[in-house]
Design a protein around this ligand. Structure first.
Ligand code: COS
Length: 384
C-alpha cells in the first residue's frame, strides 16, 4: 500500500493552495456576508480550469476524470480557503459535468461539456423537492412525452448553484406507478422557455454558494437530452450521488483542515495564565482529536476516490467518506470556536464561518443518517 501522492497530485495541491490563498482567502468573509461568489475569483477559477477539473482535455477539461484523488485535493484546497467555493466546484464537477461525461451520449458531451468545462455555464443537480428530500423516490416534478419532446412541470428546491446554473440535471417522474422505476434524468438548458429561478435561500453556512428554488412550467426538453435510459433515473441519481459525495467529503476535509490550522495558530499565540493556551493539556487533547478526525476523513476520502478510479464498487466507501468527513469538519470547527473562546464567536476570526459552513456538510447530498442507511444496507446485503 502506498500513501504518497504522485508528483502531479503534489503539484496540484501546491498550485491550488497558492491560488486559493491569493484569490479566495482575501474575499471569503465578504462573499459570505454578501451571499455571492466574488466575480474576480470566478474569472480566476475559470482561467485555472477548476470548472473543468473532472473532464477530459478533449472537452476543454483539466483531465482529472480518472484521478479522483487529484480532484479531491483540488476541492480540499479550495475549501480550506472558502468552503462556499468548495461546494460550488464539487457540485459543478461531481453531480453535473462528470455525470454527463460518464453517462452521456457523444452528442450530449459535444453539446454541454465545453461550456461546463470553461465555467461559461455552471451546472446543477436538481433532485430535491418540497416532499422529496431524503426520500429521493418521492419526486413529483413530471415529464410527459409530446412527440419528440418531454414537457416538464414542477418545482425543485435547495438546488446548489441553482440560481446561477445554466445546465441542469433534472430528476423527473416519467410514469405513474412505483416512482423509483418511473423516473428519468433530463439535461435541461437554463435558457429554455418556461424555466425560471424562484426563491434564493438565505442560509446558515456556505452562504456565498447560491441555493435556489427552480420552477419548471411547460418546459420542453428534446428526448435526446435524457441522461441514461428512460425510467432508470432513480438509479442514475443514486450513481450520480455516489460520485458527488466524494466531492462533498473532500470539501469537508478542507474545511476541517482550515479549522485545525486556525486552532493551532491561535493556541500558540493566545496567552492566558502566563503562557500560550497550547501548553494546557485541555487544549492539546482537543487539537489532537481534531487532527485525528481530519486525517481519518482525508484517508476515507482518498480511499473512495481510489476505488472509483480503479473501477471498483465505491458507493459504500463514498458514503463512509462523506459521513466521516462531514462529522470531522463539524468536530474541528466546533473545537476551533471553543479554543478561540469569545473571539471564536466574532466575525473578526474565520472560525465562526467554519462552524456555520461545517454544519451544511452533514446535511447536503444526503444527511448523516442517510449515509448510515446506505452503509448499513450495503453491509447487510453483501456482508461485512
Ligand atoms: N447505485 C445504483 N443503484 C442503486 C443505488 C446505487 N448507489 N442505490 C440504490 N440503487 C437501486 C437499488 O438496487 C434498487 O434497485 P431495484 O429496484 O432494481 O432493486 C433501487 O435503486 C431502489 O433502491 P432502494 O430500495 O434502496 O431505494 P429507497 O427508496 O429505499 O432509497 C436511499 C434509498 C434512502 C439511499 C435514497 O433514497 C437516497 O440516497 N436518499 C437520499 C437522497 C439525497 O442524498 N438527497 C440529498 C439531496 S440531493 S443533492
Amino acid at each position: 500500500m502506498d500513501f504518497s501522492l504522485s508528483e502531479k497530485q503534489k503539484m496540484l495541491k501546491n498550485i491550488t493552495r497558492k491560488f486559493a490563498e491569493e484569490f479566495l482567502v482575501p474575499v471569503a468573509k465578504e462573499s459570505d456576508a454578501k451571499q455571492e461568489l466574488d466575480e474576480t475569483a470566478f474569472k480566476k477559477m475559470q482561467e485555472m480550469n477548476y470548472f473543468g477539473a473532472c473532464l477530459p482535455e478533449e472537452y476543454g477539461g483539466a483531465g482529472l476524470q480518472n484521478d479522483t484523488i487529484g480532484f479531491s485535493i483540488v476541492v480540499e484546497e479550495i475549501s480550506r480557503a472558502d468552503a462556499a467555493w468548495g461546494i460550488t466546484i464539487a457540485v459543478h464537477n461531481g453531480v453535473a459535468a462528470y455525470p454527463i461525461y460518464k453517462f452521456g451520449t457523444e452528442d450530449q458531451k459535444q453539446n454541454f461539456l465545453e461550456d461546463l468545462a470553461k465555467g461559461n455555464k455552471v451546472g446543477a443537480f436538481c433532485l430535491t423537492e418540497a416532499n422529496a428530500g431524503s426520500d429521493a423516490g418521492g419526486v413529483q416534478l413530471t415529464a410527459v412525452k409530446d412527440g419528440d419532446e418531454y414537457i416538464l412541470n414542477g418545482t425543485k428546491i435547495f438546488a446548489t448553484s441553482g440560481g446561477i446554473a445554466k445546465t441542469l440535471l433534472v430528476v423527473a417522474k416519467t410514469g405513474e406507478k412505483d416512482s423509483r422505476r418511473q423516473m428519468t434524468v433530463f439535461i435541461v438548458d437554463g435558457d429554455t422557455p418556461g424555466y425560471s429561478v424562484g426563491v434564493k435561500e438565505d442560509k446558515l453556512g456556505v452562504r456565498a454558494s447560491n441555493t435556489s428554488e427552480l420552477v419548471f412550467e411547460e418546459v420542453r426538453v428534446p428526448q435526446e437530452n435524457i441522461l441514461g435510459n428512460l425510467g432508470e433515473g432513480f438509479k442514475m441519481a443514486m450513481k450520480i450521488l455516489d460520485f458527488g459525495r466524494i466531492g462533498i467529503a473532500a470539501q469537508c476535509v478542507g474545511l476541517g483542515q482550515a479549522a485545525l490550522e486556525a486552532s493551532v495558530k491561535y493556541s500558540n499565540e493566545r496567552v492566558q495564565f502566563g503562557k500560550p493556551i497550547g501548553r494546557f493539556q485541555g487544549i492539546q487533547w482537543k487539537i489532537a482529536d481534531m487532527a485525528c478526525a481530519v486525517e481519518s476523513a482525508r484517508l476515507f476520502t482518498y480511499k473512495a476516490a481510489y476505488l472509483h478510479d480503479n473501477g471498483e464498487d465505491f458507493g459504500m466507501a463514498s458514503s463512509m467518506a462523506k459521513l466521516v468527513a462531514s462529522e470531522a469538519a463539524m468536530q474541528a470547527a466546533h473545537g476551533a470556536v471553543q479554543i478561540h473562546g469569545g473571539y471564536g464567536l466574532m466575525k473578526a476570526y474565520p472560525v465562526e464561518r467554519y462552524f456555520r459552513d461545517a454544519k451544511m456538510g452533514e446535511i447536503y447530498e444526503g444527511t448523516s443518517e442517510i449515509q448510515r442507511l446506505v452503509i448499513a444496507s450495503n453491509l447487510l446485503r453483501k456482508g461485512a
